[in-house]
Design a protein around this ligand. Structure first.
Ligand code: ADP
Ligand code: ZN
Length: 714
């Protein structure tokens, strides 16, 4: 084993990663120096290791306060699967199990304990009297803020922790970044001069796309095609209402797509079943209201689709953030229509905080309508500046073209004026396009001068143009007057004073990148092969997961499988190089995986390099594996590993093997060798020494003596 145990070593050994992500290393160093710490990092940013690694390096227990009982088990399972002594304690646990856990805690057998705030508060006296605590981590720390949407009253009582353990550092973590929440967390937890770390909220692996005004039937076709183009991948579709989630599910079923709905109107049992099936990849798609997600830690959600416009940017960001937590390319696809905007407006009209919510909806619309890089707008909303276009949003991929829209805007404005500002969007478009439908004729709209002057544009073009006119403030929608359109003073300037307006060319973006890898025109044969291998390994992972009764991504993340596919390790040492393969996982699954890879390659007719058994042992020794571990991992006898070591010493690939035998044994073997004259066979020496020195030690000693002689050293 390596002697200096440092954060890097733990990252590699337990999590299988070679490098820290931005800020992780500084945060861990600070925590190890007992600093109170506040961490703001987006979902999937890698907050957990910021307390998990210190927990492994500190002498006593780390308490992890988490509000999500449903998540605790997964998190603990994931830690256990990396060979880390972790457990959880929540109100659903029975007395007997709790007693067993207390025993283990008192014996110091557990490094990380996940606990719900209620439970921790209830057991505070117990912990303070019986358990030594090294660190307290408060996950989802924003739950403490009454300002936020996830407020949990019991979180506010956590200030007792600092009173109880004034010297134990607290690390608070959240993915919600706003200033009020930040202040609240620091104050309420009584953090002492906390080191605050704010990571970038950019999620470059999420591809952003917005589709405007797609008709319902067409939208469904698009969504179904999108999902079918991703046969082994799962995702979430967010819908505005409970009814809409159920409708979407039955629509997807018609396409043979596996889908379930999830909303707050279901009972707890049904909800947890739906969630569980999704986590375990039994259901491919969840159609949900925003009630779904807080409890979702599934790292391989590959797409999030918004069936309609979210009501603000915070919600949008949080929801798309559930995709691609493992860092692999994932899609965020948003559909919206004027109808959504009207619906959301009317909700807001009936709610409290009207002004604020309307402003938030406006910002959401601006994001949806932007002619510049969407990621720039998204990050700017959270106070971050992105200096380059992202090249991973629909606007970057298909730059919008501006044109002089003055004349078009004037046509629309004039039609609004001539109908005394009494029409809504759809009627206005029908007038502009010269429709003869009943409502138009009955109101004599076909007689006004502007009737039909916009014939050359499609209905959907006009929708887009009017949306832009709304967004740049040429017209307003009177939500209290049947959503009729009113001309603003800016609109007057355009209509009467000929002020120029630039608009974005309306264009139906038909391409919704049905294939996951947009831009790749043709898959090469190698890519096809790799995709097949990926699926093959995914299937093996599933078998392992089912055996252990955990979700597949707890065994390995998709990112780990991807890396395995590209590295195609041939032996255990190479497997150690795969991202996410820590020592524990290599020991546990290494042989199975290598066998799977080999049988795959055999079927594919790939020539397999002949493995060298000595080299493999050598590589594992160099990784710090013990002989016992190597034997276990390689499924060989320990005596075989000893013989490898003896051989490696002969070939001078190992130069110091003295830790594997006692000096006194060497003396005995040396003497027996002289007395018997036997230099190769083990048994005569074994018998001569009256079976006091085991065979494998004799072999090592003979190897040492042999090399001494060859090297001419006495
Ligand atoms: P968060 O809690 O911030 O949402 P997690 O801690 O769950 O994020 O981490 C998200 C994913 O990133 C996990 O699969 C985790 O194993 C992985 N991860 C964390 N740190 C690293 C790293 N340094 N290198 C590679 N992957 C990492
Ligand atoms: Zn962009």
């Amino acid at each position: 084993m390596q002697t200096t145990i440092n954060p890097h070593h733990v990252l590699k050994k337990h999590f299988g990663y070679d490098h820290f992500r931005p800020l992780q290393e500084e945060i861990i160093a600070g925590v190890l120096q007992q600093k109170d710490t506040l961490v703001l990092m987006p979902t999937g940013g890698g907050k957990s290791v910021c307390f998990q690694i210190p927990a492994l390096l500190l002498p006593h227990l780390t308490l992890v306060v988490s509000p999500l009982i449903a998540l605790m088990k997964d998190q603990v399972d994931a830690l256990k699967s990396n060979g880390i002594a972790a457990d959880f304690l929540n109100s659903s646990m029975d007395e007997a199990d709790q007693q067993i856990l207390f025993e283990q805690l008192q014996q110091g057998e557990i490094k990380l304990l996940y606990v719900s705030p209620e439970k921790l508060l209830a057991l505070l006296p117990y912990f303070s009297n019986h358990i030594q605590i090294s660190l307290i981590a408060i996950d989802e720390a924003h739950c403490i803020s009454a300002w936020g949407h996830d407020f949990r009253p019991e979180y506010t009582k956590l200030k007792q922790l600092k009173e109880m353990w004034p010297r134990v550092p607290i690390i608070a973590l959240t993915a919600t970044a706003d200033k009020i929440t930040r202040k609240d967390i620091i104050q309420q937890l009584a953090l002492q001069e906390p080191a605050t770390y704010i990571a970038s909220f950019d999620r470059p692996n999420l591809s952003l796309q917005v589709r405007f005004g797609v008709k319902k039937k067409k939208k469904l076709e698009e969504i179904a095609a999108f999902i079918q183009a991703r046969p082994n991948e799962s995702g979430i579709i967010y819908c505005l209402s409970r009814k809409a989630t159920e409708e979407m599910v039955s629509d997807l079923h018609k396409y043979g797509i596996s889908a379930d709905f999830y909303h707050a109107g279901m009972n707890a049992t049904d909800r947890s079943k739906v969630q569980d099936d999704f986590l375990r990849d039994r259901t491919k798609v969840i159609c949900a209201t925003i009630a779904f997600g807080m409890g979702i830690d599934k790292s391989n959600v590959r797409f999030v689709i918004h069936n309609s416009l979210p009501k603000n940017m915070e919600g949008y960001y949080q929801e798309i953030g559930r995709a691609g937590r493992d860092g692999l390319p994932s899609d965020a696809l948003l559909y919206y229509s004027l109808g959504d905007v009207m619906m959301l407006r009317s909700f807001i009209e009936e709610s409290g905080q009207k002004e604020l919510n309307l402003e938030k909806l406006n910002r959401m619309q601006q994001f949806a309508e932007t002619p510049i890089c969407r990621r720039k707008i998204l990050l700017a909303y959270f106070g971050e500046t992105l200096h380059h276009a992202c090249h991973n949003c629909d606007v970057c991929k298909e730059p919008r073209e501006l044109f002089d829209g003055t004349l078009l805007a004037q046509k629309a404005l004039s039609a609004i004026a001539r109908t005394n500002q009494q029409v809504g969007v759809n009627v206005l478009i029908d007038i502009l396009r010269g429709s003869h439908r009943k409502e138009i004729i009955e109101n004599n709209y076909d007689r006004i001068k502007t009737f039909g002057i916009g014939k050359d544009r499609s209905f959907s073009d006009w929708q887009q143009l009017l949306m832009q006119m709304l967004n740049i403030g040429l017209v307003e929608m009177a939500y209290d007057d049947h959503y009729t359109l009113k001309i603003t003073s800016f609109g007057q300037d355009v209509l009467f004073k000929n002020h120029r307006v630039d608009l974005v060319k309306p264009e139906m973006r038909i391409s919704i990148s049905p294939k996951p890898k947009a831009g790749v025109l043709k898959h090469t044969e190698q890519q096809d092969q790799e995709e097949l291998l990926f699926d093959y390994l995914r299937a093996s992972r599933r078998v392992l997961a089912e055996k252990e009764n955990v979700p597949a991504y707890v065994i390995f993340s998709d990112a780990t499988l991807k890396d395995m596919v590209s590295k195609k390790p041939q032996n255990l040492a190479q497997l150690m190089e795969v991202n996410g393969m820590g020592e524990y996982k290599v020991k546990k699954y290494g042989n199975t995986l290598l066998k799977e890879l080999k049988s795959w390659q055999k079927v594919q007719g790939v020539k397999q390099p002949k493995g060298n058994t000595y080299q493999e042992t050598l590589a594992l020794l160099q990784e710090g594996f013990s002989i016992e571990d190597i034997a276990l991992t390689r499924q060989l006898h320990e005596s075989t590993i000893y013989s490898h070591i003896a051989q490696l010493y002969q070939t001078k690939e190992l130069n110091d093997i003295s830790k594997y035998y006692n000096e006194s044994d060497l003396v005995l073997v040396r003497k027996a060798r002289e007395e018997t004259g036997e230099t190769k066979l083990l048994n005569p020496i074994y018998v001569h020494l009256q079976e006091t020195v085991p065979h494998h030690i004799i072999r090592l000693c003979l190897s040492v003596i042999d090399r001494e002689e060859k090297d001419g050293v006495e």
